[in-house]
Design a protein around this ligand. Structure first.
Ligand SMILES: Cc1cc2nc3c(=O)[nH]c(=O)nc-3n(C[C@H](O)[C@H](O)[C@H](O)COP(=O)(O)OP(=O)(O)OC[C@H]3O[C@@H](n4cnc5c(N)ncnc54)[C@H](O)[C@@H]3O)c2cc1C
Length: 273
């Protein structure tokens, strides 16, 4: 199928992009790797597409003090390649390398993936595990900041308001020293996840996060398991993992729960051998 007709703006500045979104039924397009198929299937019918690809402001990767700021328009491929003047946490490079295929990674962006909020996507889970904060603007006034944890409200639902653009993702640079594991279960390389288990521990900062993703909704933080790991430096008992997943996902079918458990057990075993 072909998309319904639309006009396509290619603004040169973020302010112009934000203004372009004032048009009725306008939508931004970044890499087009998720939006393109939706247009073709006519699941999305914007009258105007506002392209973000030419905005240098969204493409930088930089350090501001202790904060690593990754522009929303940075592609998965650039993260995979470590293509930046500042060092990128190895977890980010690992996650990027396992998203789709290189052709998709060349175009798809971090901001587009997070805004799209596919439950099986990788960045939403990874950025939740790393305690990332999203920088969001509507073009006027000050940018607002929204923690990644809680930003995604369900499948394809986020806290983004109409007219808002994610401009970047902020991470503590200290996450580069954290112990981490990211286990993605999928049928074959290059596919979306059936289950994701992510663990990030920074003993010096007393930071521990345990997250499961590809849950059919938003990524889920398992705080009790994280506290157990932080407090004991031991692997939680399998029953505790079962109980944590059952409490968070009472309606999930047994196969999904088993996949999530397997991903999580593998991740925990990597961080606590
Ligand atoms: C074959 C295939 C396999 C894939 N496999 C995986 C996978 O294994 N893991 C994975 O995580 N992803 C996967 N993807 C998705 C891919 O990572 C996309 O790149 C990503 O989901 C969308 O990013 P994009 O930059 O292309 O966004 P677009 O498609 O351009 O936009 C997606 C949505 O986000 C909005 N948007 C884009 N940028 C912004 C912004 N800065 N602020 C606000 N809203 C914005 C758009 O309006 C649109 O609604 C796959 C895609 C394909 C085609």
């Amino acid at each position: 199928m072909k998309p319904a007709p639309f006009t396509h703006d290619c603004p040169g500045t973020l302010a112009e992009a934000a203004k372009g979104l004032d048009a009725d039924n306008a939508k931004v397009i970044a890499g087009g790797q998720s939006l393109g198929p939706m247009l073709n299937l006519r699941l999305a019918r914007p009258s105007t597409l506002v392209g973000l690809a030419h905005l240098d402001e969204l493409r930088s990767i930089r350090l501001d003090g202790d904060t690593l700021i990754i522009g929303a328009g940075v592609t998965h491929a650039r993260i995979e390649d470590g293509d930046s003047d500042v060092p990128l946490p190895s977890m980010l490079r690992h996650v990027a390398r396992n998203i789709a295929y290189r052709a998709v990674r060349n175009k798809g962006t971090v901001g587009g993936s997070i805004a799209h909020a596919d439950p099986a996507a990788d960045w939403t889970t990874a950025m939740t595990a790393l305690d990332a904060v999203l920088v969001i603007t509507a073009g006027r006034g000050k940018a607002r900041r929204e923690p990644m944890a809680g930003f995604m409200q369900g499948a394809y639902r986020t806290k983004l308001q109409p007219g808002e653009i994610i401009t970047g993702v902020e991470l503590s640079a200290a996450m580069g020293e954290a112990h981490w594991a990211y286990e993605k279960i999928c049928r074959k390389v290059g596919e979306f996840a059936d289950a994701i288990g992510a663990v990030v521990i920074h003993p010096g900062r007393k930071y521990a996060r345990v997250v499961v993703g590809a849950t059919e909704g938003a990524p889920i933080l398992l705080d009790d398991l994280a506290r157990t790991i932080a407090g004991t430096a031991k692997r939680p008992a399998p029953e505790a993992i079962d109980a944590a997943l059952a409490a968070q996902l009472p309606g999930a079918d047994r196969v999904k729960r088993q996949l999530l458990k397997t991903a999580l057990v593998r991740a925990i075993e990597k961080v606590i051998p």
